[in-house]
Ligand binder design. Structure first.
Ligand SMILES: [Zn+2]
Length: 208
């Protein structure tokens, strides 16, 4: 058996997404052999994480909260040059980064924070559909300069992504805003996060 502290560390790493006890053990053992400065640096970064990384009050993407004048919004939401009227709804922060890299989209985003596996109440409360509906309904309450004319539902073409898109569509249906979906191009079962720029551009341009 490993010492108690190692076991605690393994448990902590095992809570990371995609990391089980085996990888958790490898990480913990690596740290026991790592030089002190590396550990100290990691401790410092971790202790600053909650203070220095903000969550955008409009779209829930992350931003550098140490910067001045951020008004609790991310770099995209505070950019006056972004196109007004369209909102791109994605599952997670990584999707914003990938779509931004393609340069095809110039409006604002909204990060749902996950997917619904099935349309179960417990699952549906996990993602930010209520927050999304509020922003689409009364954008001025969230300092948005205009109204939304198009909501692009850019969830992944996976079973969870499809169920999530359906739930988002139903929730926004009565608001009188055009709802569009990305064109196929991102392979079924594939994910936006891993798609190349050209694929993202054609999926956006072919949205319907
Ligand atoms: Zn934002």
């Amino acid at each position: 058996m490993y010492p108690r502290l190692i076991q605690e560390l393994v448990e902590a790493f095992s809570r990371f997404p995609g990391i089980g006890p085996r990888a958790g053990t490898r990480f913990a053992l690596y740290l026991t052999k790592a030089p002190s400065y590396e550990i100290e640096n990691m401790v410092s970064v971790l202790s600053r994480l909650k203070r220095e990384v903000g969550i955008c009050s409009f779209c829930f993407h992350l931003f550098d909260a140490k910067e001045q004048d951020h008004k609790n919004v991310c770099v995209i939401c505070r950019n006056p040059g972004r196109v007004t009227g369209s909102l791109c709804v994605v599952e997670k922060e990584e999707d914003v980064e990938t779509i931004e890299k393609s340069g095809v989209y110039k409006g604002r985003y909204f990060v749902l924070g996950g997917t619904v596996g099935m349309l179960r109440k417990k699952d549906m409360e996990k993602i930010r559909v209520k927050e999304l509906t509020e922003r689409v309904k009364t954008p001025s309450r969230f300092d948005y300069p205009g109204v939304f004319k198009e909501i692009i539902i850019a969830t992944n073409p996976t079973p969870e992504g499809e169920a999530t898109a359906l739930y988002v569509e139903r929730s926004l249906d009565s608001l009188g805003v055009a709802l569009t979906r990305l064109a196929r191009g991102i392979p079924i079962g594939g994910e936006i996060e891993y798609a190349d720029e050209e694929t993202i551009r054609s999926a956006f341009n072919g949205r319907h």
